[in-house]
Design a protein around this ligand. Structure first.
Ligand code: T6T
Length: 322
């Protein structure tokens, strides 16, 4: 081969590599093939911030890189474009908390078709064929545990309701189902059903005061996530009913812990978001390396009360930065 034809071959090879980059083998565009995109359910939510801390620390230990982003609302119409642009950048893996079990199916299937490993952290999809691994709390068990806490706070029973965010969010739906299954077993309690506050604390506060006008004798509320719990507590306090209404909230954000300390909220069910994140990285790297992955991993929770918030409960409080 002449010197010139060598050069031609090199040009063809470079062209082929560029085509590969453009057509997008997973990992190629991001660099070392161990680049992970983390797409939160909601940016600024301390649950996902704490998860991000776990992800970043596990990735650093493993020599992987992480790029985190999240929508400004817990809303699939805002999360989908983020997924689409992440898919276009071809990371090796995506760790994601889908904001809706049905609406996020197609964008994540597209990610898998592009050769990206998809790991579901926290929330999941209604199609179990999507995703290499799912890592989440025992959300149904947590809902049942919330009822046990409400029963302990109200041994004589009474009217109780659930404050959720939106139907179609896998975690919240499972918590509501767990609570409902437990409350319906106890004839001392009258279950008023579930209210949807659209992950908006002001909306939860408004719904709570309307519920207390309609049923002034409500004795307990299970607020099924951090934001619903913050708003529920505000609504109960605005109605001056904090001595009568016992609130059990899911999650353990700093503002929720303040409400626990001041006595507006009686118990918090804290998840392990950092562990969900580190497990997510472990599964993502196993999938990238072609090693076996675990299809479903369940993480724990801890009930925090005023009695243990400064002792064994302290390490379960979520972070607002890493
Ligand atoms: O409760 C968490 C998370 O588990 C859920 O899926 C959505 O809401 C939170 O992020 C709390 O705001």
């Amino acid at each position: 081969m002449t010197r010139k034809s060598h050069t031609m071959a090199a040009v063809v090879a470079v062209g082929a590599a560029a085509t590969l980059l453009l057509s997008g083998c997973a990992g190629e565009a991001g660099g070392n093939g161990r680049d992970i995109a983390f797409i939160q359910g909601l940016s600024g939510d301390e649950f996902y911030i704490t998860m991000q801390c776990g992800i970043e620390s596990a990735a650093k230990d493993a020599g992987a890189t992480v790029n985190t982003q999240g929508p400004t609302k817990f809303d699939p119409t805002l999360q989908k474009p983020l997924v689409d642009s992440v898919v276009a950048s071809r990371p090796a893996a995506i760790l994601i908390a889908p904001t809706d079990a049905a609406a996020m199916r197609a964008p994540l299937r597209a990610a898998e078709r592009a050769g990206i490993k998809v790991i579901l952290v926290d929330t999941t999809l209604d199609d179990p064929s999507i995703g290499e691994s799912r890592i989440a709390s025992d959300n149904k068990g947590g809902g049942a545990e919330a009822f046990a806490a409400i029963r302990q706070l109200n041994p004589n029973g009474g009217k109780v309701l659930v404050m959720s965010t939106d139907p179609g969010v896998s975690t919240l739906d499972a918590r509501v189902a767990g609570f409902q299954g437990a409350v319906e077993q106890d004839p001392k309690f009258s279950y008023l059903g579930v209210q949807y506050s659209h992950n908006d604390p002001a909306e939860a506060a408004k719904i709570m005061s309307a519920a207390l006008s309609k049923d002034p004798d409500i004795v307990g509320v299970f607020a099924a996530n951090l934001i619903a719990a913050e708003g529920t507590a505000t609504g109960v306090r605005q109605a001056s009913k904090q001595d009568q209404v016992k609130i059990v909230g899911f999650d353990a954000g700093p503002a929720q812990v303040d409400q626990l300390r001041e006595g507006t909220v009686q118990a918090l069910i804290a998840q392990e978001p950092a562990t969900i994140g580190t497990d997510g990285v472990e599964q993502a790297l196993a999938a990238i390396d072609g090693k076996p992955v675990t299809a479903n991993i369940q993480t724990g929770f801890q009930v925090i009360t005023a009695e243990n918030v400064d002792t064994e409960g302290a390490k379960w409080i979520y972070k607002s930065s890493c």
